[in-house]
Write a protein that binds this ligand. Structure first.
Ligand code: ADP
Ligand code: ASP
Ligand code: MG
Length: 410
């Protein structure tokens, strides 16, 4: 008997009919002799609706209270699926993050999972029940409700799969796997049947929202394979993508896919002293405020001063700017400025390690379309560029074509 953790995203539970389809699928997996733990998102659009309500009343309000509101969407779907399963003759029990004792740190809206107490879940499984857990939420040591960041239900699913030592973690969504880029942006993107966790880690961290980055981090750390598949396929034999250890992938591809992120913003501080410790003076307060910094660029100093540019999530822009201005006053900077209309485009592929010239091919393709590159960063298996947001889709299509990703037949 296998233990399967299945996660269903917002569109997969977006209506009573979709919830019935999920229930039927869960029952099919059970009838084949599996224990099933289901993790659910809120109905599609619900988390955004809740955010809208918060913003209408107090956008700058306490993060603790925002999480109280945001976590409700998932409570609705877990109850509804459990009721639906019951109506179909299948015993089920729902758990909010708090009830499942899914303990996180206290970083509201981007909390990290620390520990899961699986005692109750195991007892329910042993009693023959399907266990339905709310994704995206947990509770901190003081009992405050926390949320895990957008797309966080993926992370709940992988963390539960790890804690329960599940045989498989299945992420059901509205696409039948991972593609060479977002199929909504490039219609002839190719399906990838098997992908290394390392590559998925880079794709997710560069913005491919098909899996949340932290879910892939968990899977990578604990060696838990993830299968991405569509809840809109009729049977259970449709296409899927298995994200697994690199050793299990036969063929190494130079460029696997194009990822992008439009939720970026850029900040620059000019004329700061070119002395040891200045990077820490600038970025320390940003990180103390729990704001993640992505790319960092320091210019070569002239006349004892230098400029410093970095990128962050657009949602953190106002707060980061406030902090930077305070730092600027302290350091006697000549100027602090920012741009909220930037985006990042990246190419990712394990084969880049052994291929030279990928970067120049990338820059050539972008220059042919007159797309200006504002920042560049590289790792072993990815190259990212920051461009003006208005060029984002053109850049993605151009790179997808330049690296012939529509011709991938893995
Ligand atoms: P869910 O609500 O099920 O969690 P998401 O919207 O979070 O679904 O993720 C699925 C979406 O991810 C797809 O509809 C697709 O537009 C987008 N996406 C982005 N990059 C990729 C990619 N490389 N492959 C597949 N889908 C991608
Ligand atoms: N409902 C949350 C969101 O929309 C979490 C998730 O769906 O994964 O981001
Ligand atoms: Mg998602």
């Amino acid at each position: 008997m296998a233990l399967i953790v299945q996660k269903y995203g917002g569109t997969s539970v977006g209506s009573p009919e979709r919830i019935q389809e999920v229930a039927k699928r869960v029952i099919r997996w059970r009838e084949r002799g599996n224990d099933v733990v289901v993790v659910l998102s809120a109905m599609s659009g619900e988390t955004n609706r809740l955010l809208g309500l918060i913003n209408a009343l107090n956008p700058e309000g306490a993060a603790r209270e925002k999480d109280v509101v945001l976590s409700t969407g998932e409570q609705v779907t877990i109850g509804l699926l459990s009721l639906c399963l019951e109506s179909m003759g299948c015993a089920a029990k729902s758990y909010t993050g708090q009830q499942a004792r899914l303990i996180t740190d206290s970083a509201h809206s981007k909390a990290r999972i620390r520990q899961i107490d699986d005692t109750k879940i195991r007892a329910d499984l042993d009693a023959g029940k399907v266990v339905v857990v709310a994704g995206f939420q947990g509770v901190d040591a003081e009992g405050n409700i926390t949320t895990l960041g957008r797309g966080g239900s993926d992370t709940t699913a992988v963390a539960l799969a790890v804690a329960l030592k599940a045989d498989e973690c299945q992420i059901y969504t509205d696409v039948d796997g991972v593609y060479t880029t977002d199929p909504r942006v490039v219609s002839d993107a190719s399906h990838i049947p098997k992908l290394a966790l390392e590559e998925m880690l880079e794709m997710a961290s560069q913005g491919s929202k098909v899996l949340q980055i932290r879910a892939v981090e968990f899977a990578y750390k604990y060696d838990m394979p993830i299968r991405v598949l569509s809840s809109f396929d009729d049977g259970d034999n449709g296409k899927s993508t298995l994200v697994t250890r690199e050793e299990d992938i036969m063929e190494e591809v130079m460029v696997r896919g194009v990822a992008f992120n439009r939720d970026e913003a850029q900040l620059t501080i000019k004329g700061v002293p070119d002395t040891p410790g200045v990077a820490f003076d600038i970025l320390g307060p940003i990180s103390d405020a729990n704001i993640e910094v992505d790319m960092i660029l320091q210019n070569v100093g002239t006349d004892g001063t230098t400029d410093f540019t970095f990128t962050i999530n657009r949602g953190d822009y106002a707060e980061a700017m406030r902090i930077l201005q305070a730092t600027g006053d302290k350091l006697g900077a000549s100027e602090c400025k920012g741009d909220e209309r930037i985006a990042k485009v990246s190419i990712v592929g394990g084969g880049m390690r052994s291929h030279a010239g990928v970067a120049s091919q990338m820059f050539k393709a972008l220059s042919k379309e007159a797309i200006n590159i504002r920042m560049i960063s590289t790792s072993e298996i990815k190259i990212s560029v920051v461009v003006d947001e208005k060029y984002l889709e053109l850049a993605v299509r151009t790179l997808h074509e330049a690296f012939k990703l529509n011709e991938t037949t893995a």
